[in-house]
Write a protein that binds this ligand. Structure first.
Ligand code: SF4
Length: 365
């Protein structure tokens, strides 16, 4: 009898352990060899994915925390492990000239190659694999779920898509086959070779141009302005639809001269039809000591951009502002009327303003 009870107890323990391990399997980092790295001497590798080019010794991870050297082989720890999966209006990316009023199946993993003091998603961007609950979803499953949801695109967003590059690329290849769009919201810190490979599958990108001085980038983000500018130029060369977001922080990157120089650079290098989104800062993460950006500051920035000659300038995080709407640059009539993320009216047909037939740039079908 004692033996029987003992056996039952062991059996229950094994069942419990199996259940526990299945639940926690979601928190275990997957292992897939990373692309874009070089083997150096004595089990040391150098990652070539982003401009940091981390030299990583055995058992250590790079700056982003999601690429690990194991015995001289670099692995991505987040392949198939999205921590955020949501169905968002594409306007939330923000992408205002891409399939308006459609949904975008949006994913992110933990990790980031920047350290922005104002990050809105720091709980996941600054987390490490295992610290945040993650799903197990293969690229095929992501695409199937996106189709089931009625989304017309898959968005790589919330954290920094560069650092889950292998996962994003495999999903993007399948997405193309299924006729959905691939869109990305990124801070643009990625090296040329992986970016050009990604561009074969990427339809649109919103790139954060966080400020227009290296001093600002260095102090507030630990990033590099030149890397972002190079990314923007490559996206343009490769024919990817670009929109730009500039988050304005009071007293830190709101200098009118700096904003003007940024707008001139955009016009000269990317053209006057690139939509520019000025976004209002709300106290966040390590900058809760700051006040929200005054609305007048954002409106002044918009006027500077319009004076430079940019045709599509928007204001974000100011609900109800008329600058959420797209106006035809020729007849000045509203052609996409927005209230927050909802679309009230679309007056574009076949890529043209319905009032004056002006061609409006973007991806409309
Ligand atoms: S992707 Fe990560 S590991 Fe690779 S260079 Fe950039 S920060 Fe370093």
């Amino acid at each position: 009898m004692k033996k029987l009870i003992f056996a039952i107890l062991i059996l229950l323990l094994l069942i419990g352990l199996s259940f526990y391990s299945r639940i926690n399997a979601n928190n275990l980092p997957a292992l897939k060899e990373a692309s874009y790295y070089q083997k150096l001497d004595s089990k040391t590798v150098q990652c070539q994915l982003c401009p940091r080019r981390c030299v990583i010794t055995d058992t250590k991870t790079g700056f982003c925390g999601v690429r690990e050297n194991r015995d001289g082989v670099l692995y991505t720890l987040v392949y198939g492990k999205p921590c955020s999966v949501h169905i968002d209006p594409i306007e939330k990316k923000p992408l205002f000239h891409v399939l308006p009023k459609s949904f975008s199946f949006s994913i992110a993993t933990v990790g980031c190659n920047l350290r922005c003091k104002f990050c809105q998603n720091w709980e996941i961007s600054q987390a490490r694999p295992g610290e945040v609950r993650a799903y197990n979803l293969t690229p095929r499953q992501i695409v199937e779920e996106a189709k089931k949801s009625g989304s017309r695109s898959i968005a790589y967003t919330y954290t920094e898509p560069t650092i889950f590059y292998e996962y994003m690329l495999d999903i993007a290849k399948l997405t193309k086959e299924e006729g959905l769009l691939n869109v990305m919201h990124s801070a643009g810190h990625i090296n040329e070779e992986p970016l050009r490979e990604l561009c074969k599958y990427l339809d649109a990108a919103n790139i954060d141009l966080k400020g227009f001085s290296q001093k600002y980038y260095g102090e507030l983000t630990l990033g590099n302005l030149d890397s972002v500018l190079q990314t923007l130029k490559i996206l343009k060369q490769e024919g990817v639809w670009i929109e730009i977001t500039n988050l304005i922080l009071p007293g830190l990157n709101d200098d009118p001269q700096m904003i003007k120089e940024m707008c001139v650079w955009i016009k000269d290098n990317l053209g006057d039809e690139v939509p520019l989104h000025f976004s209002r800062f709300w106290p966040m993460y390590k900058l809760t000591n700051l006040s929200p950006t005054p609305v007048e500051t954002i409106q002044k920035a918009k006027q500077i951009a319009m004076d430079v000659g940019l045709k599509y300038v928007y204001i974000g995080n100011v609900p109800g502002d008329p600058a959420e709407t797209t106006y035809c640059p020729k007849c000045k009539k509203p052609i996409i009327i927005r209230k927050g993320y909802s679309i009230e009216e679309i007056n574009i047909k076949d890529g043209q303003c319905i009032f004056c037939y002006q061609k409006i740039p973007g991806i409309w079908k």
